[in-house]
Design a protein around this ligand. Structure first.
Ligand code: TRP
Length: 444
């Protein structure tokens, strides 16, 4: 597998591709509405703390495992820890695949809203009408599935170009663009009278709001937003050269991820407060509340186009990372070429994606454990699959194979003693303890 086409072209390319994987709909769609419904700063501050502690350590653990094994998500876990880790690898890969199935559904919504912004047809000032429009669109399964398919096809076309020529190239162009575009929206939002209320909501700690539930939400989001537990960063580690310094790259990636969630919040909250809209609109915040704001801004359609372009860019650089997990496994363990594996994963994601798209319309009454298919896939992955897989990676790298992991970590040169100690503490102690807490609380 370790042919040249299966290596990142440069360290910068690797860091941007990883940041692309991390920064996605999580930062721009999920973060603002979670922060909005969980009291702003109560969500943001613990998220930052978790990312910079457990998040950084587990990112490094996944890269170490991947670079050691160089054999896809499952093969690399087995290479480092033996056959008993096989089922955990499978759980990770299945989680990444299921996330792709519902993620591509939201990716399709972003394309539709981008096109609406371009044609100017989506801009209405009345949020209740916008809510109806959104509901009408997502409940029309055929239309929303059409956009989802379009998203999956674009995703597949990028993947078919390979690691360096596809994923890395995409991220190298789009990630810097994403940051510039986000700044444009933020500056515009901050110039609005009343924007400072949004800043206070995001950054001023209100200690009385800190509940166990808020902490748990923040922790679950930390894993999702860093793309941990789905074998994703592990797969990206397979393509990493031995010369790359893992701790410093990891620090950069975590920094970019935290920055983006903050930027994601700053794109939305100041304007929401400036227009006296409700920050706790839930998942519709991006698709219902934001268009109402753009409709009232001078030259609002320009900002709407930029905003939805940000969402598409963030979504596609993440969805390629999700799809690369099963593609990498198929290339490793079957005789399929990369292009054939991409086709298989794309078709399979479309098949599993269809019930996700329909769960807002024709199939909305079809419920398993009281959840529609979309919510079920989200629950099965965020609250189960990702945590189980990530726990096993922590045990594997932190305990079962720490000696080999340490050697792998030092392949690029000796590491300062404190870096190694801190990483080991994060991987072997902090991560498993916190994952168990989230897991148990999430099931209650
Ligand atoms: N981190 C991405 C986001 O925030 C989603 C994502 C991409 C992901 N790859 C993943 C989540 C792997 C879990 C596992 O949008």
């Amino acid at each position: 597998m370790a042919t040249n086409d299966n290596q990142w072209g440069s360290r910068l390319g690797f860091v941007l591709a990883s940041a692309g994987a991390a920064v996605g709909l999580g930062a721009i769609w999920k973060f603002p509405y979670l922060a909005g419904t969980s009291g702003g700063s109560v969500f943001l501050l613990p998220y930052i703390v978790f990312t910079l502690t457990v998040g950084v350590s587990m990112l490094a653990a996944e890269y170490i495992c991947g670079r050691y094994g160089k054999a896809g998500a499952i093969g690399s876990m087995v290479a480092l820890g033996g056959k008993k880790f096989f089922p955990f690898g499978v759980i990770g890969v299945m989680s990444a695949f299921l996330i792709l199935s519902f993620y591509s559904c939201v990716g399709g919504w972003c394309i539709k809203y981008f096109i609406d912004a371009l044609t100017g047809s989506g801009l209405v000032a009345d949020p209740s009408l916008l809510g109806k429009n959104f509901g009408g669109f997502v409940s029309n399964g055929v239309r929303s599935f059409g956009f989802q398919l379009l998203f999956l096809v674009i995703n597949g076309l990028v993947l078919a170009q390979g690691i360096k020529g596809g994923i890395e190239k995409l991220s190298k162009y789009l990630m810097p663009l994403l940051f510039v575009l986000m700044l444009v929206i933020i500056v515009r939002g901050l110039m609005l009278p009343g924007a400072e209320k949004g800043l206070a909501f995001l950054f001023m700690p209100r200690w009385e709001d800190f509940t166990g539930q808020a902490l748990l939400n923040a922790m679950g989001f930390t894993f999702f937003s860093l793309s941990l537990g789905g074998g994703c960063m592990l797969t990206y580690g397979c393509y990493l050269s031995k010369q790359t310094n893992i701790p410093t790259s990891t620090a950069w990636i975590a920094f970019l991820a935290v920055m983006s969630a903050i930027l994601g919040g700053l794109m939305v909250m100041p304007s929401v407060f400036a227009f006296n809209l409700n920050p706790s609109a839930g998942p519709g915040l991006t698709f219902v509340t934001m268009p109402a704001i753009f409709a009232q801004l001078p030259a609002g359609s320009v900002f709407a186009v930029i905003f939805y372009a940000c969402l598409i860019v963030a979504a596609i650089t993440s969805s390629v990372s999700l799809a690369e997990v099963p593609v990498g496994v198929l290339v490793q363990h079957t005789k399929l070429s990369r292009k054939a594996a991409t086709l298989v994963v794309t078709v399979a994601a479309a098949i599993f994606g269809l019930p996700c798209a329909l769960s807002f319309g024709a199939w909305s009454d079809f419920k398993i454990f009281g959840k529609n298919v979309f919510d079920l896939f989200d629950f099965l992955t965020s609250n189960l699959g990702l945590l189980i897989c990530e726990f096993s990676v922590a045990v594997l790298v932190g305990w079962v194979a720490w000696k080999k992991a340490k050697t792998e970590l030092e392949a690029s040169g000796p590491q300062p003693a404190w870096v190694e100690k801190a990483l080991r503490f994060g991987i072997a102690i902090l991560a498993p303890v916190l994952i168990i807490v989230v897991f148990v609380a999430g099931l209650l």
